[in-house]
Design a protein around this ligand. Structure first.
Ligand code: KG4
Ligand code: ZN
Length: 339
């Protein structure tokens, strides 16, 4: 393996869903992180897989070039190339996988396959101030909601997860019911800033253990809106901030209730959040407040490392490289791989 005088340099690619991202890291320090968002899906109310793959193909070369340029690196500096292998949309994953395999072959450098959900957790290892092991992480994204026990960078166990919708889906589907465009999570966050979180009460599901469920909440919001719109067709327009704040408040309380239970059960005091929904301002605030009350050491990735990004792939690849955990060219994308 080549080690440049600039250190162990890894180029990482993320293309699991609708963001094309590239990042360069040197000895675990992020030098660049470029993300190209795909606006094309907004008009369809969700990610269209075929359009996502095509957009990745258009974006991948310019995004990688930008990340390499910002990091001040050339191809000859690279020690390894990493990519998101699973889970995600198969066509989207295929673009990043093929690109990484080609570069690995052309430059004769090792290939590192990364699991997207493991990478979300390890985004918490990007800053100088890192959690101590073992730590807990609430990972909340568009496709997953998990409480993960992390014993070491590469040793993780899922303690609880959603039985149906993910937290991000709960945000996005609620937003859709309110007539907001995709992805609605950040919009609910915005509208909620001017709303009363206790104005409307939505039920908390009674799920045993550390698992989650959000499908009942979605149904209760559907009927709540139907009933109120029958009485007043302009109900949503008149109450949008209060409705958004109340939905957000319930999603946050469901998440933190289980995280608190996990911390009490395990006795672990270093607690993190991660994933796209960890960009939510109410979750971040309530998490820090709960942490103060519970005397936890709390960790939240910077905004750019919460939603899908290649920096989290790069940091995970850095730990995999230290353990000699490489893939050969027979590796392919996997849409569903759990861990
Ligand atoms: O981790 P991520 O970027 O992609 C997946 O791996 O799924 O997460 C995307 C999810 C979407 O559901 C999006 O609506 C949600 O994260 N999200 C938010 C916020 N920012 C992103 N949800 C609530 N508030 C936000 N500020
Ligand atoms: Zn993600």
């Amino acid at each position: 393996m080549q080690f440049s005088e600039k250190g162990t340099i890894i180029l990482a690619i993320e293309s699991s869903c609708d963001e094309t991202s590239a990042s360069v890291c040197s000895d675990g320090k992020i030098l660049s992180n470029f993300i190209a968002n795909q606006k094309i899906h907004e008009q369809y109310g969700g990610v269209v897989p075929e359009l996502a793959s095509r957009a990745h193909m258009q974006n991948i070369v310019p995004v990688v070039d930008a990340a390499m340029k910002k990091a001040g690196c050339s191809h000859s500096d690279l020690s390894a190339i990493a990519f998101t292998q699973a889970p995600g949309l198969i066509g989207s994953l295929l673009v990043g996988t093929s690109f990484a395999k080609s570069l690995s072959l052309a430059l004769n450098i090792p290939l590192i396959a990364v699991h997207h959900m493991q990478a979300h957790v390890l985004a918490n290892l990007i800053p100088e101030d890192k959690p101590n092991f073992p730590f807990l992480c609430l990972t909340v994204s568009g496709g997953h909601t998990q409480i993960v026990l992390c014993d070491s960078p590469l040793k993780m166990k899922v303690l609880g997860e959603t039985l149906d919708d993910a937290a991000g889906e709960a945000f996005d589907k609620s937003a859709k019911l309110l007539g907001l465009p995709y992805p609605g999570g950040p919009l609910i966050d915005q509208y909620a800033k001017n709303g009363d979180p206790k104005k409307f009460q939505f039920p908390e599901p009674q799920i045993p253990g550390l698992d989650f469920s959000f499908s009942g909440l979605k149904t209760s919001i559907l009927y709540f809106l139907k009933d109120n719109k029958k009485k007043d067709p302009e109900f949503v327009d008149k109450n949008l901030p209060d409705i958004c704040a109340s939905i957000q408040d319930r999603i946050v309380s469901i998440l933190l209730h289980k995280l608190k239970k996990a911390a009490i059960t395990t006795g672990i005091k270093d607690v993190c959040i991660a994933g796209g929904v960890s960009a939510n301002s109410a979750l971040r605030k309530a998490f820090v407040e709960l942490g103060q009350k519970m005397k936890w050491n709390t960790f939240i990735p910077a905004f750019e490392y919460c939603t899908d990004n290649a920096a989290m792939i790069a940091i995970t690849a850095y730990y995999k490289l230290k353990h000699g955990d490489f893939s050969d060219l027979s590796v392919g994308p996997n849409a569903r791989a759990e861990w």
